[in-house]
Design a protein around this ligand. Structure first.
Ligand SMILES: *[C@@H]1O[C@H](CO)[C@@H](O)[C@H](O)[C@H]1NC(C)=O
Ligand SMILES: *[C@@H]1O[C@H](CO)[C@@H](O)[C@H](O)[C@H]1NC(C)=O
Ligand SMILES: *[C@@H]1O[C@H](CO)[C@@H](O)[C@H](O)[C@H]1NC(C)=O
Ligand SMILES: *[C@@H]1O[C@H](CO)[C@@H](O)[C@H](O)[C@H]1NC(C)=O
Length: 357
């Protein structure tokens, strides 16, 4: 509650100058917000999945990890949950281009590759450069798993219902760095406005999820002050939100009315889902992440991700109060990240022991 208060007061000053539209949106009642913003924006309506059995996914018992004989089964699928600005693109590129155990067929000038198994022609990889964003742009855990999208999409491609073993993977990053990186990306013109945010079987409307900017104009050139002042900014605690089961907190209610209780539920859910993942990497530890992935799946990359993935853009210089503010609005992500760091270290040492034995 308090943090939203700060956001609003800080925000209004700069917002007035830049973007009256947003200012009006925050002030007016929900119905006017609906009328004013919802009308011009056309969300691509998601084809929503029939409710089915919850997907099965890989769940290492009592936090222990094991090596996966990935090539042995026709029913194994790696699914990548791509959280923005976490080195996910590097990882996805490596999976399709620099991995020789189950090589994907890539064609020149085509972004997507065919990662089919030779016998069945069914994909073993659910990711941006293989299947594409078939569950929506940067689909989150709720969309992929809770809404059963991965299962439904793959069933549709196969033509029948099939049990598969899903090995979920993701990358995480220092939340302050990730946030600033997202800010720079938005400043350069990205909005991810076509993300569906499907939860409880339907995409979030602008009533559920108010926009920080006029969707017809975008948010290019936004200042940091304005960016951090919008209380609905999905960059806040993005990693926690994208890994949590949002149906536990009535979907996006917490974005407009955050409560301590919902924060706890979100964080606990994100931690649990992270723990259930077959693999996660950390952008700060690219070499270790690569090593852990290679040894978990017994797949090798022919190049080093740490060399390839070096950020090319310049750092944004922040003063102490800005850093403190960003840290504060990403509190859940910081808690998740500290948890992930520990879990990552545990997994590395467990894997080392597994390899020796
Ligand atoms: C994967 O399976 C195929 C077919 O059984 C086999 O030819 C190939 O050598 C296997 N690859 C690895 C890395 O085990
Ligand atoms: C295999 O799958 C790819 C991509 O889904 C498709 O383009 C291709 O036509 C399929 N090939 C066969 C032989 O079914
Ligand atoms: C980074 O800074 C240098 C020197 O100030 C500048 O020449 C370069 O264009 C900048 N790069 C980006 C991506 O902003
Ligand atoms: C930090 O930078 C912001 C924006 O430039 C400025 O408003 C604020 O006064 C600065 N704070 C400190 C402690 O320098």
């Amino acid at each position: 509650m308090k943090k939203i208060g700060i956001c609003l007061t800080r925000g209004w000053r700069s917002v007035i100058g830049r973007n009256l539209f947003v200012f009006v949106g925050i002030l007016l009642t929900a119905s006017i917000v609906y009328f004013y913003i919802d009308a011009p924006l056309k969300f691509k309506v998601a084809k929503i999945v029939e409710s089915g059995d919850q997907e099965e996914y890989y769940s290492p018992r009592d936090n222990s990890i094991s090596r996966v004989s990935f090539n042995d089964s026709k029913n194994d699928v790696i699914v990548f949950v791509h959280i923005q600005k976490t080195a996910g693109t590097t990882f996805e590129r490596f999976l399709v281009r620099y991995q020789d155990n189950l090589p994907c067929k890539c064609m020149a000038h085509k972004k997507r590759c065919n990662c089919a198994r030779s016998q069945s022609n069914e994909t073993w990889l659910f990711s941006r450069y293989s299947t594409g964003w078939v569950c929506g742009l940067h689909a989150d855990y709720t969309e992929l798993v809770v809404n059963n999208c991965v299962q439904n999409v793959l069933d549709r491609q196969t033509g029948f219902k099939k049990n598969r073993n899903y090995y979920y993977t993701t990358f995480l990053r220092n939340p302050t760095d990730r946030f600033v990186s997202e800010f720079r990306h938005v400043q350069r013109g990205a909005t991810w406005i076509s993300s569906r945010h499907v939860c409880n079987g339907k995409p979030a409307s602008l009533n559920d999820l108010p926009s920080c900017f006029d969707p017809r104009i975008g948010w290019e050139g936004v200042s940091l002050e304005e960016f951090i002042s919008c209380p609905y900014n999905l960059a806040f605690n993005r990693q926690t939100r994208m890994l949590a089961d949002l149906t536990l907190v009535n979907c996006y209610e917490h974005v407009r009315k955050p409560t301590h209780e919902q924060d706890r539920i979100l964080l606990a859910s994100a931690k649990e889902n992270l723990r259930k993942m077959a693999f996660f990497g950390l952008k700060e530890y690219m070499d270790d992440s690569q090593w852990l992935f290679e040894n978990t799946f017994q797949m090798q990359f022919s190049r080093k991700m740490s060399v390839w993935g070096k950020s090319k853009s310049n750092d944004t210089v922040l003063n102490e109060s800005q850093i403190a503010f960003i840290k504060n609005v990403n509190k859940l992500d910081w808690e998740l990240f500290e948890y992930a760091l520990q879990l990552f270290k545990d997994r590395i040492s467990q894997m080392k022991r597994l390899i020796i034995n």
